[in-house]
Design a binder for this molecule. Structure first.
Ligand code: ZN
Length: 152
């Protein structure tokens, strides 16, 4: 632990740009709203991140039952299967198929004013793969989706 602290302290002291951008590549920050939209259509992360964190904020006011948002990450080709299985899972299952290996990562479903986060290891993604992020609430992924670019 002492070594880790020393490295962290050293990076903080150096405070050079490469460190900052490397760190931001390990976080996906998205905001959803009552108009069924994310604030971004694309995000980028690095597969070399020990831990990738998804931060979701719901800037709207509507309750989770009417305008719930989550962030699901999967291969783009799996999106349709996940959203239809999510619809079958229903509100009780947070509109997400339980234990589905196609779901690489997912946050909780939140309503207006909420905030949630989820983490997963970067090695669950492959650099250059075709990934997407989306909301699995019924109907939302038509608008609430974006491309997740994965770098090395
Ligand atoms: Zn949504």
């Amino acid at each position: 632990m002492k070594t880790v602290h020393a490295i962290l302290a050293a990076s903080a002291l150096l405070a050079v740009a490469p460190f900052a951008s490397a760190a931001s590549n390990c976080t996906i920050r998205l905001q959803g709203n009552d108009a069924m939209q994310f604030d971004q259509k694309a995000a980028s992360v690095s597969a070399s991140c020990p831990k990738i964190t998804i931060e979701l904020t719901h800037a709207g006011k509507m309750p989770v039952a009417a305008m719930g948002h989550n962030v699901v990450i999967s291969q783009t080709a799996d999106m349709a299967a996940i959203t239809s299985a999510g619809m079958k899972a229903g509100a009780a299952g947070n509109y997400l198929p339980k234990g589905d290996p196609k779901v690489i990562a997912a946050t909780a479903l939140i309503g207006g004013g909420g905030h949630t986060s989820a983490s997963f290891p970067g090695n669950k993604l492959k650099a250059g793969g075709d990934y997407s992020f989306f909301c699995s609430f019924p109907g939302h992924s038509a608008l609430m989706k974006g491309k997740l670019t994965v770098t090395k």
